[in-house]
Write a protein that binds this ligand. Structure first.
Ligand code: ZN
Length: 384
Protein backbone atom coordinates (compact mmCIF):
# COMPACT_ATOMS: atom_id res chain seq x y z
CA UNK A 1 0.00 0.00 0.00
CA UNK A 2 2.96 2.30 0.49
CA UNK A 3 3.46 4.33 -2.67
CA UNK A 4 7.18 3.79 -3.12
CA UNK A 5 7.66 6.29 -5.91
CA UNK A 6 5.90 9.03 -3.95
CA UNK A 7 7.88 8.26 -0.77
CA UNK A 8 11.17 8.29 -2.67
CA UNK A 9 10.32 11.59 -4.34
CA UNK A 10 9.35 13.26 -1.07
CA UNK A 11 12.55 12.05 0.58
CA UNK A 12 14.68 13.44 -2.25
CA UNK A 13 12.77 16.73 -2.20
CA UNK A 14 13.30 17.09 1.56
CA UNK A 15 16.98 16.18 1.28
CA UNK A 16 17.43 19.03 -1.20
CA UNK A 17 16.08 21.59 1.28
CA UNK A 18 18.84 22.86 3.58
CA UNK A 19 17.99 22.45 7.26
CA UNK A 20 21.01 22.66 9.52
CA UNK A 21 20.13 22.98 13.20
CA UNK A 22 18.47 26.35 13.96
CA UNK A 23 17.80 26.83 10.23
CA UNK A 24 14.94 24.39 9.69
CA UNK A 25 12.40 26.99 8.56
CA UNK A 26 12.23 26.05 4.86
CA UNK A 27 11.73 22.37 5.50
CA UNK A 28 9.21 23.11 8.27
CA UNK A 29 7.12 25.24 5.90
CA UNK A 30 7.15 22.49 3.28
CA UNK A 31 5.99 19.96 5.87
CA UNK A 32 3.36 22.29 7.28
CA UNK A 33 1.78 22.47 3.82
CA UNK A 34 2.00 18.71 3.48
CA UNK A 35 0.29 17.99 6.80
CA UNK A 36 -2.38 20.62 6.29
CA UNK A 37 -3.21 19.11 2.91
CA UNK A 38 -3.73 15.80 4.73
CA UNK A 39 -6.30 17.45 6.96
CA UNK A 40 -4.22 17.78 10.11
CA UNK A 41 -4.36 20.69 12.52
CA UNK A 42 -0.81 22.03 12.41
CA UNK A 43 1.06 24.54 14.53
CA UNK A 44 4.60 25.63 15.28
CA UNK A 45 5.66 26.10 18.89
CA UNK A 46 7.97 28.71 20.40
CA UNK A 47 11.05 26.45 20.59
CA UNK A 48 12.69 28.42 17.77
CA UNK A 49 12.74 31.61 19.83
CA UNK A 50 14.01 29.72 22.87
CA UNK A 51 16.98 28.16 21.06
CA UNK A 52 17.79 31.04 18.71
CA UNK A 53 16.57 29.27 15.59
CA UNK A 54 14.44 30.44 12.66
CA UNK A 55 11.48 28.11 13.34
CA UNK A 56 10.04 25.99 16.17
CA UNK A 57 8.91 22.40 16.41
CA UNK A 58 6.13 21.44 14.00
CA UNK A 59 3.24 19.68 15.69
CA UNK A 60 0.20 18.18 14.00
CA UNK A 61 -2.96 16.62 15.31
CA UNK A 62 -4.34 14.20 12.75
CA UNK A 63 -7.66 12.63 13.59
CA UNK A 64 -8.24 9.13 12.34
CA UNK A 65 -11.65 7.59 11.94
CA UNK A 66 -11.47 5.51 15.15
CA UNK A 67 -12.08 7.93 18.02
CA UNK A 68 -11.97 5.14 20.62
CA UNK A 69 -8.46 4.06 19.67
CA UNK A 70 -5.65 5.46 21.82
CA UNK A 71 -3.68 8.24 20.13
CA UNK A 72 -0.19 7.44 18.90
CA UNK A 73 2.88 9.66 18.51
CA UNK A 74 5.08 9.65 15.40
CA UNK A 75 8.17 11.85 15.56
CA UNK A 76 11.31 12.64 13.58
CA UNK A 77 13.73 15.57 13.54
CA UNK A 78 13.97 18.13 10.77
CA UNK A 79 17.56 19.28 11.27
CA UNK A 80 20.69 17.72 9.79
CA UNK A 81 24.39 17.87 10.70
CA UNK A 82 27.15 19.68 8.81
CA UNK A 83 28.37 19.54 6.12
CA UNK A 84 24.74 19.48 5.08
CA UNK A 85 24.04 22.47 2.83
CA UNK A 86 23.41 22.09 -0.89
CA UNK A 87 23.03 18.32 -0.64
CA UNK A 88 22.98 16.76 -4.13
CA UNK A 89 21.42 13.30 -3.77
CA UNK A 90 22.71 10.61 -6.15
CA UNK A 91 20.59 7.51 -6.79
CA UNK A 92 22.22 4.33 -8.09
CA UNK A 93 19.79 1.43 -8.24
CA UNK A 94 18.09 1.60 -4.87
CA UNK A 95 21.04 3.18 -3.05
CA UNK A 96 20.73 6.87 -2.27
CA UNK A 97 23.90 8.81 -1.40
CA UNK A 98 25.16 12.38 -1.46
CA UNK A 99 27.77 13.46 -4.02
CA UNK A 100 30.40 12.92 -1.33
CA UNK A 101 30.81 16.53 -0.27
CA UNK A 102 27.99 16.58 2.29
CA UNK A 103 26.01 14.23 4.47
CA UNK A 104 22.90 12.80 2.83
CA UNK A 105 20.50 14.01 5.51
CA UNK A 106 18.62 10.71 5.52
CA UNK A 107 19.14 11.33 9.24
CA UNK A 108 16.44 12.19 9.75
CA UNK A 109 14.55 13.09 6.59
CA UNK A 110 13.92 9.39 6.06
CA UNK A 111 11.88 9.42 9.28
CA UNK A 112 10.04 12.59 8.27
CA UNK A 113 9.22 11.24 4.80
CA UNK A 114 7.99 7.90 6.18
CA UNK A 115 5.58 9.63 8.56
CA UNK A 116 4.16 11.79 5.75
CA UNK A 117 3.74 8.79 3.45
CA UNK A 118 1.98 6.76 6.16
CA UNK A 119 -0.51 9.59 6.70
CA UNK A 120 -1.05 9.86 2.96
CA UNK A 121 -1.83 6.16 2.67
CA UNK A 122 -4.15 6.18 5.69
CA UNK A 123 -6.11 9.04 4.21
CA UNK A 124 -6.11 7.89 0.59
CA UNK A 125 -7.10 4.28 1.34
CA UNK A 126 -9.47 5.32 4.15
CA UNK A 127 -7.78 2.85 6.51
CA UNK A 128 -8.97 2.54 10.09
CA UNK A 129 -6.72 4.40 12.44
CA UNK A 130 -6.90 6.35 15.69
CA UNK A 131 -5.63 9.87 16.24
CA UNK A 132 -1.99 10.48 15.40
CA UNK A 133 0.16 13.21 16.89
CA UNK A 134 3.02 14.13 14.59
CA UNK A 135 6.02 15.99 16.00
CA UNK A 136 8.82 17.17 13.72
CA UNK A 137 11.46 18.62 16.01
CA UNK A 138 14.19 21.16 15.46
CA UNK A 139 17.75 21.01 16.81
CA UNK A 140 17.94 17.31 17.65
CA UNK A 141 21.54 17.34 16.50
CA UNK A 142 22.27 20.39 18.66
CA UNK A 143 21.61 18.46 21.87
CA UNK A 144 17.93 17.44 21.56
CA UNK A 145 17.02 21.02 22.45
CA UNK A 146 13.92 21.19 20.24
CA UNK A 147 12.40 18.20 22.03
CA UNK A 148 13.47 19.64 25.38
CA UNK A 149 11.40 22.77 24.64
CA UNK A 150 8.33 20.80 23.55
CA UNK A 151 5.22 21.10 25.71
CA UNK A 152 3.97 17.50 25.73
CA UNK A 153 0.74 18.50 27.48
CA UNK A 154 -0.41 19.58 24.02
CA UNK A 155 -0.03 16.03 22.73
CA UNK A 156 -2.87 13.55 23.00
CA UNK A 157 -0.64 10.50 22.65
CA UNK A 158 1.21 9.03 25.65
CA UNK A 159 3.12 6.47 23.61
CA UNK A 160 4.66 6.21 20.17
CA UNK A 161 7.80 6.12 18.09
CA UNK A 162 10.69 8.29 17.09
CA UNK A 163 11.95 7.26 13.64
CA UNK A 164 15.64 7.99 13.90
CA UNK A 165 17.96 4.98 13.68
CA UNK A 166 19.55 2.71 11.09
CA UNK A 167 18.94 -1.00 10.34
CA UNK A 168 15.41 -2.16 9.72
CA UNK A 169 14.05 -4.59 12.27
CA UNK A 170 15.62 -2.89 15.27
CA UNK A 171 13.76 -1.07 17.95
CA UNK A 172 15.99 0.96 20.23
CA UNK A 173 14.46 0.88 23.68
CA UNK A 174 17.42 1.71 25.89
CA UNK A 175 19.77 4.66 25.67
CA UNK A 176 22.13 6.17 28.22
CA UNK A 177 21.83 9.33 30.28
CA UNK A 178 24.59 11.82 29.54
CA UNK A 179 26.44 14.55 31.40
CA UNK A 180 28.34 17.28 29.65
CA UNK A 181 31.38 18.92 31.30
CA UNK A 182 33.37 22.10 31.13
CA UNK A 183 36.46 22.15 33.28
CA UNK A 184 38.65 25.20 33.66
CA UNK A 185 42.10 24.66 35.15
CA UNK A 186 43.72 27.76 36.63
CA UNK A 187 47.49 28.13 36.88
CA UNK A 188 49.73 31.15 37.17
CA UNK A 189 51.10 33.18 34.30
CA UNK A 190 54.83 33.92 34.04
CA UNK A 191 57.52 34.50 31.40
CA UNK A 192 58.63 31.04 30.36
CA UNK A 193 62.28 32.01 29.80
CA UNK A 194 62.94 34.76 32.32
CA UNK A 195 61.14 33.49 35.43
CA UNK A 196 59.45 30.12 34.91
CA UNK A 197 59.75 29.47 38.67
CA UNK A 198 57.07 32.13 39.15
CA UNK A 199 54.53 30.28 37.04
CA UNK A 200 52.19 27.31 37.35
CA UNK A 201 51.38 25.69 34.03
CA UNK A 202 47.67 25.05 33.62
CA UNK A 203 48.46 22.88 30.60
CA UNK A 204 50.66 20.63 32.69
CA UNK A 205 48.00 20.28 35.37
CA UNK A 206 45.34 19.51 32.78
CA UNK A 207 47.63 16.91 31.21
CA UNK A 208 48.31 15.27 34.58
CA UNK A 209 44.61 15.19 35.39
CA UNK A 210 43.53 13.80 32.03
CA UNK A 211 46.30 11.18 32.01
CA UNK A 212 44.84 9.69 35.20
CA UNK A 213 41.27 9.66 33.95
CA UNK A 214 39.53 6.49 32.90
CA UNK A 215 38.21 7.42 29.47
CA UNK A 216 36.66 5.72 26.46
CA UNK A 217 34.71 2.54 27.16
CA UNK A 218 34.47 2.28 30.95
CA UNK A 219 32.17 -0.77 30.99
CA UNK A 220 29.30 -2.21 28.95
CA UNK A 221 27.02 0.60 30.14
CA UNK A 222 29.35 3.55 30.48
CA UNK A 223 31.56 5.71 28.26
CA UNK A 224 33.53 8.93 28.82
CA UNK A 225 35.46 11.38 26.71
CA UNK A 226 37.44 14.59 26.84
CA UNK A 227 36.78 16.03 23.41
CA UNK A 228 38.15 19.58 23.44
CA UNK A 229 41.17 21.24 25.03
CA UNK A 230 41.82 24.94 24.60
CA UNK A 231 44.43 26.97 26.39
CA UNK A 232 47.62 28.94 26.30
CA UNK A 233 48.51 32.18 24.56
CA UNK A 234 52.12 31.99 23.37
CA UNK A 235 55.09 29.62 23.54
CA UNK A 236 56.97 31.96 25.88
CA UNK A 237 54.18 32.33 28.42
CA UNK A 238 53.41 29.76 31.09
CA UNK A 239 49.68 29.28 30.55
CA UNK A 240 47.38 30.36 33.36
CA UNK A 241 44.21 28.74 32.09
CA UNK A 242 43.02 25.70 30.16
CA UNK A 243 39.48 24.79 29.17
CA UNK A 244 38.53 21.13 28.79
CA UNK A 245 35.20 19.96 27.42
CA UNK A 246 33.99 16.41 27.79
CA UNK A 247 31.12 14.09 28.45
CA UNK A 248 30.16 10.85 30.16
CA UNK A 249 27.25 8.54 29.39
CA UNK A 250 25.79 5.56 31.16
CA UNK A 251 22.70 3.40 31.21
CA UNK A 252 23.10 3.47 35.00
CA UNK A 253 22.58 6.75 36.89
CA UNK A 254 24.84 5.48 39.66
CA UNK A 255 27.72 4.76 37.30
CA UNK A 256 27.25 8.10 35.58
CA UNK A 257 27.52 9.92 38.90
CA UNK A 258 30.60 7.86 39.78
CA UNK A 259 32.34 8.56 36.46
CA UNK A 260 31.51 12.27 36.71
CA UNK A 261 32.97 12.47 40.22
CA UNK A 262 36.05 10.52 39.08
CA UNK A 263 36.81 12.97 36.26
CA UNK A 264 36.42 15.99 38.54
CA UNK A 265 38.60 14.36 41.19
CA UNK A 266 41.44 13.65 38.75
CA UNK A 267 41.69 17.33 37.86
CA UNK A 268 41.25 18.52 41.45
CA UNK A 269 44.02 16.22 42.65
CA UNK A 270 46.30 17.36 39.84
CA UNK A 271 45.62 20.99 40.74
CA UNK A 272 46.26 20.29 44.43
CA UNK A 273 49.77 19.03 43.64
CA UNK A 274 50.78 22.45 42.32
CA UNK A 275 51.40 25.35 44.59
CA UNK A 276 54.00 28.04 44.71
CA UNK A 277 55.41 30.35 47.38
CA UNK A 278 56.28 33.78 46.03
CA UNK A 279 57.42 36.62 48.28
CA UNK A 280 55.75 35.03 51.31
CA UNK A 281 52.49 34.48 49.42
CA UNK A 282 51.12 31.08 48.46
CA UNK A 283 49.64 30.56 45.01
CA UNK A 284 47.58 27.47 44.37
CA UNK A 285 46.39 26.05 41.11
CA UNK A 286 42.65 25.65 40.92
CA UNK A 287 39.90 23.93 39.02
CA UNK A 288 36.32 24.84 38.23
CA UNK A 289 33.88 22.21 37.03
CA UNK A 290 30.58 22.84 35.29
CA UNK A 291 28.46 19.70 34.94
CA UNK A 292 25.26 19.78 32.92
CA UNK A 293 22.73 17.04 32.32
CA UNK A 294 22.74 16.62 28.56
CA UNK A 295 19.84 14.16 28.45
CA UNK A 296 18.22 11.47 30.53
CA UNK A 297 18.13 7.80 29.75
CA UNK A 298 15.58 5.95 27.68
CA UNK A 299 14.47 2.72 29.27
CA UNK A 300 11.45 1.09 27.69
CA UNK A 301 11.07 -2.40 29.17
CA UNK A 302 10.75 -5.39 26.84
CA UNK A 303 7.32 -6.23 28.27
CA UNK A 304 5.83 -2.79 27.62
CA UNK A 305 2.79 -2.70 25.29
CA UNK A 306 4.71 -0.55 22.79
CA UNK A 307 7.37 -3.23 22.31
CA UNK A 308 4.73 -5.89 21.90
CA UNK A 309 2.94 -3.76 19.32
CA UNK A 310 6.09 -3.28 17.23
CA UNK A 311 6.98 -6.98 17.50
CA UNK A 312 3.56 -8.06 16.24
CA UNK A 313 3.68 -5.53 13.40
CA UNK A 314 7.09 -6.89 12.40
CA UNK A 315 5.84 -10.46 12.55
CA UNK A 316 2.92 -9.59 10.27
CA UNK A 317 5.47 -8.39 7.73
CA UNK A 318 7.81 -11.33 8.23
CA UNK A 319 10.41 -9.37 10.23
CA UNK A 320 11.69 -10.47 13.60
CA UNK A 321 12.01 -7.24 15.57
CA UNK A 322 14.90 -7.08 18.00
CA UNK A 323 15.06 -4.62 20.85
CA UNK A 324 18.43 -3.04 21.31
CA UNK A 325 20.26 -0.57 23.47
CA UNK A 326 22.30 2.25 21.96
CA UNK A 327 25.14 4.41 23.20
CA UNK A 328 23.63 7.55 21.70
CA UNK A 329 20.80 9.83 22.70
CA UNK A 330 17.83 10.93 20.60
CA UNK A 331 14.56 12.78 21.05
CA UNK A 332 13.03 9.61 22.52
CA UNK A 333 15.23 10.09 25.61
CA UNK A 334 13.58 13.47 26.15
CA UNK A 335 10.03 12.23 25.50
CA UNK A 336 10.49 9.42 28.02
CA UNK A 337 11.81 11.87 30.59
CA UNK A 338 8.65 13.92 30.01
CA UNK A 339 6.52 10.93 30.93
CA UNK A 340 5.77 9.41 27.52
CA UNK A 341 6.60 5.86 26.48
CA UNK A 342 8.56 6.19 23.26
CA UNK A 343 11.12 3.97 21.50
CA UNK A 344 13.27 4.62 18.44
CA UNK A 345 12.47 2.66 15.27
CA UNK A 346 14.88 2.35 12.36
CA UNK A 347 14.39 3.94 8.93
CA UNK A 348 17.27 2.53 6.86
CA UNK A 349 19.74 5.42 7.24
CA UNK A 350 23.40 4.26 7.30
CA UNK A 351 26.83 5.69 8.14
CA UNK A 352 25.13 8.82 9.44
CA UNK A 353 27.05 11.97 10.37
CA UNK A 354 29.58 11.25 7.61
CA UNK A 355 29.76 12.29 3.95
CA UNK A 356 29.50 8.57 3.14
CA UNK A 357 25.96 8.44 4.53
CA UNK A 358 23.69 6.23 2.42
CA UNK A 359 20.27 4.65 2.44
CA UNK A 360 18.78 1.66 0.64
CA UNK A 361 15.33 2.65 -0.56
CA UNK A 362 14.11 -0.92 0.03
CA UNK A 363 14.82 -0.42 3.74
CA UNK A 364 12.96 2.88 3.66
CA UNK A 365 9.90 1.26 2.07
CA UNK A 366 9.99 -1.61 4.55
CA UNK A 367 10.16 0.82 7.48
CA UNK A 368 7.19 2.71 6.09
CA UNK A 369 5.23 -0.55 5.85
CA UNK A 370 6.18 -1.29 9.47
CA UNK A 371 4.94 2.10 10.67
CA UNK A 372 1.69 1.75 8.73
CA UNK A 373 1.14 -1.68 10.27
CA UNK A 374 1.96 -0.38 13.76
CA UNK A 375 -0.51 2.50 13.74
CA UNK A 376 -3.28 0.28 12.38
CA UNK A 377 -2.58 -2.44 14.93
CA UNK A 378 -2.52 0.17 17.67
CA UNK A 379 -5.93 1.41 16.58
CA UNK A 380 -7.37 -2.10 16.27
CA UNK A 381 -5.95 -3.19 19.62
CA UNK A 382 -6.92 -0.20 21.70
CA UNK A 383 -10.39 0.42 20.23
CA UNK A 384 -11.73 -2.99 21.28
ZN1 ZN B 1 19.01 11.66 13.86
Amino acid sequence: MINEERLKNLLIELIRIDSLSRKERDVAMRLKRELEALGAEVWIDDAGEKVGGNVGNLIAHWDGDSPNASPFLLSAHMDTVAPGEGVAPVLKGTILKSDGSTVLGGDDKSGVAIICEVLRVLKEKKLHCGALDVVFTICEEAGLIGAKCLDVSRLRARTGLVLDSDSVGFLFTKAPAANRFEFIVHGLEAHAGVCPEKGISAIQIAAEGVSRMKLGRIDAETTANIGVIEGGVAVNIIPNSVLLKGEARSHSEEKLAEQTAHMIRCLEEAAARHELKLDGQVFRAGMEAKVERDYDRMNVADDFPLVHLVRVAGKNLGIEVKTQSTGGGCDANVFNKKGLEVANLSTGMREIHTVKEWLDLNDLYLSARMVLEIVQLNAAGSAE
